[in-house]
Structures are given as C-alpha cells and as structure tokens.
Design a protein around this ligand. Sequence first.
Ligand code: HEC
Ligand code: HEC
Ligand code: HEC
Length: 457
Amino acid sequence: MTRPALRPRFRSILTLTLLALPPTRLALAAIALGLAACAPGADSPAARAAATPPAPVKWTTRAVPEARGDVRTLPDGKREAVRYRGWTTEDFGRYRTYAYDDSRAEPAVTTMAAMPKIAGDPRIGRRLFLDRSRGPCTGCHLIRGEDVWPAGNVGPDLSSIGERGLPDAHLFEMIHDPRRLFPHTTMPPWGAQGVFSPVEVAHLVSFLQSQKGPLPVEKSAERDPATRTRPTGFGDNLDPTNNPAVGRAEAAEALWGRRGTAGKSCADCHAGGPLQAMRGVATRYPRHVVQYGRVLSIEDLLAVHGSERAGLPLPAESPDNLGLAMLVKMASNGVPVQLDLDSPEQRAALARGRAAFGKRVGQRNHACADCHTQGKGADKFLGGRLLADVEAGLTRHFPTWRTSQGDVWDMRKRMQWCMTPLGMNMLAADAVEYAELELYLASFDQGKPISVPGIRH
Ligand code: HEC
Ligand code: HEC
Ligand code: HEC
C-alpha cells in the first residue's frame, strides 16, 4: 500500500471499502488498488499533493485576530468563524482545507444518485440557477434572458442546451456530481456536496431542458462573456493621485523611524533610509529563513522581526505591517524578482506550494488551478471578473490597492478571499501553507520587475 501515485478519489473510495472489508477480501482489494494506480491521471497535482511530505514546522500565528482563521463557540453552542469585518462567519469545518495536518481526502465521487420522481419546475430551476447565495451557475454559464448579468464563460454557454435532447438523468448527474464524467472538471459537485438538494437539482434540470428555440436577438455585446469588452489596466499604479495605496506606503515612512519597546527603530539598524537600505530585498522573498525554519514572505518576516528586533509589533494584516511591507517592496520597484529556486529547502517548499495550488478544498471542491490556469478558468470570465493566469505572475504587484474594496490587500488576504466564499475555512494569514503557495505563485514572477503597490479591481 505504498503507491504514492493514487488519485485521491480512488484513495477515499478505497479507504472506505477497505475499512468495510473482512480480512480475506483485503488481498483482492489490494489487486484492485494496483489497477487503480495505473489509471490515467495518477500523476495529477492532487496525487502529488498526497505524496508530498508535510512541512515540519510548527508556527504560532502573529496575525491580527480577524486574520487567524479562528473558529469560536458561541454561548448557544453554535460555532462561528472569526474573520474580517463583512466576511461570512459561517464555519466550514466539515470541508477540507490547505492545512498540512488536514489529511482528509477529496470527497469520494458519487455514482449515479437516483433522480427524484418529480416534475421539475423550470421557473424554480431558473431562480436556483441565478441564486447568488449558492452558485451562481451564471458565474460560469450563460443562459437566456436580459436579466442574466454578469454571466461568465468558464463553463459552456447553456442557452441552447435543451436543443440537444440530452436525457434528464445525464443532466442530473452532471449537476449532482460531474466528476464521474469529467474527472478534472472545474464544476463543483453541487449535489454531492449538499449545495443543492436532489429535488432542487431536478428543478435545475427541467430549467435547462427549457433552454431551446431560436435565440433571442442580443441587445448588448456586454451580456455575453464571449463578446464582452475585456477590462484594460487601471492607469499608472505608482501615481499617488491614481493609486491611494502609494500614500499609505509613504505614511509608513514614519514607522521606519519609530522606536519600539526595545528602544530601536528600523532606521537604527538599517542605515540609509528605507529605499536604499531595502533595495532588492523583496526580490528574494518568499524565502526559507533558517532562523525560523520556514518560508517567509516580507509580511511574515516583518511580523516576527519587528517585535524581536525593535519591540514594534507588526502583526500580519495590521495596517502597520501592510504599510511597511509596501515600503520595503517599493524599494525593489523595477528590480527583477530573483528567488532562490534551487536550494533543497526552497525546492521542497515549492513542490508543496504547487501541490496546494492543485488541491481541491472546501465545499465547492475547488483548486486555485481551476480558476487561474490556462485550459481552465484563466482568461475567461467568472461572472464579470476576468480570471488572471498564474503563469503571468500574480505576486509582483502585491500589496495591491483594490478599487472594489477601497483598501490595500496583501497576497494572503487575496488567498483567504478567493477560497472563503467557496466554503473553506481560511488559515492564518501568516500560515506556512500560504507562504509556500505564495512561493509557487511567485516562481512565475521570476525575472519580472516588482511594481508595488499594484492597482486592481
Ligand atoms: C466554476 C465554474 C462552474 C460553475 C459555477 C458551474 N459550472 Fe457547470 N460546467 C462547468 C464546466 C467547466 C463545464 C464543462 C465540463 C468540463 O469540461 O469540466 C460545465 C458543464 C455543465 C453542464 C454540461 C454542459 C454540456 O454541454 O454537456 C451542465 C448541465 C452544467 N454545467 C450545469 C451547471 C449548473 C446547473 C450549475 C449551477 C448549479 C453550474 N453548472 C455551475 C463549470 C461550472
Ligand atoms: C536591532 C537591529 C534591527 C532592527 C531594530 C531592525 N532590524 Fe531588520 N534586520 C536586522 C538584521 C541584523 C538583519 C539580518 C537578518 C537577521 O539577522 O534577522 C535584518 C534583516 C531585515 C530584513 C531582511 C533583509 C534580507 O536581506 O533578507 C528586513 C526586510 C528587515 N530587516 C526590515 C526591518 C524593518 C522594516 C525594521 C523595523 C520594523 C527592522 N528591520 C528593524 C536588524 C534590525
Ligand atoms: C472560483 C474561482 C477562484 C478560485 C478557486 C481561486 N480564485 Fe483567485 N481569483 C478569483 C477571482 C474572480 C479573482 C479576481 C480576478 C483576477 O484577478 O483573477 C482572483 C484573483 C486572484 C489573485 C489576484 C490576481 C492579480 O493579478 O491581482 C490571486 C493572486 C489569486 N486569485 C490567487 C488565488 C489562489 C492562490 C487561489 C487558491 C488558494 C485562488 N486564487 C483560487 C477567483 C478564484
């Protein structure tokens, strides 16, 4: 049973099967296991994830309370997640996360669940299809109707799916759990993960069957993600009148000279002002720092270094941490990213980061790769948002001003944000799992110039 290349879904089915088997059947099961290991896709990123050893480090978070991924128990016994203001407080503890000590397998693929014997109602189905609190399905699929806005095109246009004469049972399975038909699909197993009940899936099926007849005349090219104009840039990101984050970074210069409880300031030990003292430093991060036995980003480093050296607490996700992180990174503006990608520590961390990028997590069973790689979501619309391609390098403009939030976000908050609405409990902002994921993302920025703070929607 030492084959590392098993696909997780086989593993989960098999684990369950093996647990239920009398010992005499185990030998047979072991043969089946051998066959499964030869199946195509055995070298998938998810399988490599399962084979990659966990990072050895124990880390106590230095993040602000709302960024630690804590879950608390209320007086009435209900569990509630502690997150940033305005974020959902729902506890997604039932679903797996990126935590290296979370050994839960991907939920097993369900085979044909029987379609309930009801006459589905297309009107209810349409409502469910558009329901933002659940899918929305329109995040990835276009359907008919001028009120359908903004639809995405990560999945196929379903405006005429009723024309194809597909059996209801096929559509039911596709929505309930598409993974038997499309093992590497980007579409969540909606029914299997309990987002929609079987009756609701039946309504969705009857709605999809109603998408037929001549297509109505399109009144706006914007409605259809295939013809929608693609967003262009946000102007000069280093122009303070265009990017409010620049002002925040400049305000952090006061912190550079502030003495902490240790009686020292950054300026006392790093001579020449931040721009000179920190020139080029950020291009080498995230990196494995021997002293801490783990990979750290600039933000992670400041969270420990500030209090240790200056007695100046700079908890991850605090405004001071963000401000100084921007300042340190701005000192490398225009300098190409030059990560160490060769040392054994960095290579091991990179492999774990790559595995995490492909690991399916949370209620929606999504991987970062689903939305940010070519051939999947990258360069397509998810709802109204054009998805970035990891290979373009997504880290060198972080921390970034987010026009939609009116705030500066670092890479970690972005990672937490991408997965939380998809039903995964976030980890602490300074978790080693995120640091190694960030290292993997940053490896695509290698050789490209840093430009901080960025500006994005
Ligand atoms: C994150 C993107 C995403 C979301 C959200 C999504 N789908 Fe899909 N869907 C896909 C992709 C991608 C495919 C194509 C299958 C593949 O290649 O993996 C697909 C395929 C389908 C198909 C089969 C289409 C065909 O041509 O055979 C149906 C039906 C479908 N989706 C229905 C739904 C419904 C209903 C919802 C909402 C409950 C939904 N989808 C939400 C991505 C998505
Ligand atoms: C008491 C002296 C001292 C103080 C105060 C201090 N540092 Fe440092 N800093 C160091 C030393 C020494 C190093 C070299 C690595 C180490 O030993 O930690 C370092 C390393 C760094 C690095 C990593 C450099 C690299 O090339 O990897 C950064 C970034 C940094 N400091 C930023 C700051 C900031 C920002 C402050 C103020 C909050 C600060 N330091 C305060 C002494 C100090
Ligand atoms: C269901 C889709 C989805 C998944 C899964 C997802 N993201 Fe995102 N992500 C988005 C959307 C939407 C945006 C905003 C549009 C854009 O910039 O791509 C975004 C933006 C980003 C950005 C900012 C890009 C930029 O240039 O500013 C980064 C970095 C990122 N995601 C990383 C991740 C990581 C790491 C994961 C896995 C932990 C992940 N995402 C999972 C949808 C997703």
